[in-house]
Design a protein around this ligand. Structure first.
Ligand code: PLP
Length: 354
């Protein structure tokens, strides 16, 4: 394979995304182990049954139901489609993945419902702004989309985390106006580790009706899932997932991944490794005089660096995303090693020195 002109000969260090890395060995093994004998399709298999039991235990909720779907986008859009009427609005932060990066999937599945942005520092919705938005709605006016759901990303797209009390505040404000709350938990495990709380504390006990579980970014191979805490939402999701073409006949291989993910806290152990790598990177950068734009509370950090330094980092085979002029994003994963972080810090030192 040719080496790009001007590129450093050192091996690449992966910080583009936690979905750029591979699969956790336990999950890969679980897929292989599920390849045994015959099993009913479309979720009628023992792995999916066990997964439902496991989700009820892990989330301490007797009627929780899990719907494995292939992507986080599908989980968000399908869950939200069951939580809003077609004339509804889904309120979310202006940086939320559902509004910026999912091609309007929620509007498609929700029959034309719109997404409406609320702002707040660190990509976190602020309760005062949510309240002001909700007070400004002309309720009952058919000319105006009627807010029906609040969707919160936990951790946020900026790598910040909502404390449990903030989730309760926000879902409480939403509930006063008749809205239910959804959590986009593409990296939910990272938030649980940071908050050192239970999965129940950060979801239904904090007012969430449904959660996108995440998995692909944290060691999964090809699955995400909706966890619904509301039976009538679950009843509808049986049909919604099917009509969207998201009930695979070989669901057992998705369920096997999710079972392994939740077994013996694997998801939390993987997320802890990923969070630790981000902290090590942030601490090392601090020693070099570089402070992330928001305090990293999970596994994502954003930096503002002079364009020449950014170019030099790229030349040194560091892999990351340019987000905006002068702003770059680093994401650590369960696979990021201490040695990689330390090597990255050496390269940062050189890139900053010029
Ligand atoms: C916060 C957040 N939500 C949802 C998604 C969507 O996940 P997927 O790429 O599996 O559709 C992503 C993916 O980047 C994300 O970062």
């Amino acid at each position: 394979m040719g080496i790009q002109a001007g590129r450093d000969m050192r091996s690449p260090i992966e910080f583009r995304s936690d979905n750029s890395v591979g699969v956790a060995p336990e999950i890969l093994a679980a897929i292989s182990e599920a390849d045994v004998g015959g099993a009913l399709g479309y979720g009628g298999d023992r792995w999916t049954e066990q997964l439902n039991e496991m989700v009820r235990q892990v989330f301490e909720h007797p009627t929780a139901r899990v719907f494995p779907v292939p992507t986080g986008t599908a989980a968000n859009a399908l869950a939200l489609s069951g939580m809003t009427p077609p004339w509804g609005a889904v309120l979310c932060h202006r940086d939320a993945h559902i509004i910026t990066h999912e091609g309007g999937a929620t509007s498609l599945f929700a029959g034309g419902a719109v997404m409406s942005a609320v702002s707040g520092e660190g990509s976190r919705v602020e309760p005062e702004r949510l309240l002001a938005t909700l007070k400004g709605v002309t309720w009952g006016d058919p000319h105006e989309s009627q807010p029906a759901v609040l969707s919160l990303t936990q951790p946020t797209e900026a790598g910040t985390v909502y404390p449990v009390a903030a989730l309760k505040d926000l879902s409480g404000v939403a509930a006063e106006f008749g809205l239910t709350t959804h959590i986009d938990g593409a990296r939910l495990a990272n938030a649980i580790v940071t908050l050192d709380c239970s999965p129940a504390d950060v979801t239904w006990k904090a007012g969430a009706t449904a959660v996108t579980l995440g998995a692909t970014k944290n060691g999964g191979m090809s699955t995400d899932a909706i966890v619904s805490f509301d039976e009538s939402l679950s009843d509808g999701l049986v049909f919604r997932t099917k009509r969207a073409g998201h009930v695979p006949s070989k669901m057992r291989f998705q369920s096997a991944q999710l079972l392994a993910y939740l077994t013996d806290d694997l998801w939390l152990r993987l997320a802890a490794a990923s969070n630790r790598a981000a902290q090590r990177l942030a601490t090392g950068l601090g020693l070099l005089g570089v402070e992330p734009l928001d305090r990293p509370e999970a596994n994502i950090l954003f930096l503002s660096l002079p364009p020449e330094a950014v170019a030099r980092l790229e030349e040194q085979n560091m892999q990351f995303y340019r987000i905006a002029p002068g702003v770059i994003r680093f994401v650590t994963s369960f696979k990021t090693t201490d040695a990689e972080v330390d090597d990255a810090l050496v390269r940062f030192g050189q890139a900053l020195a010029g």
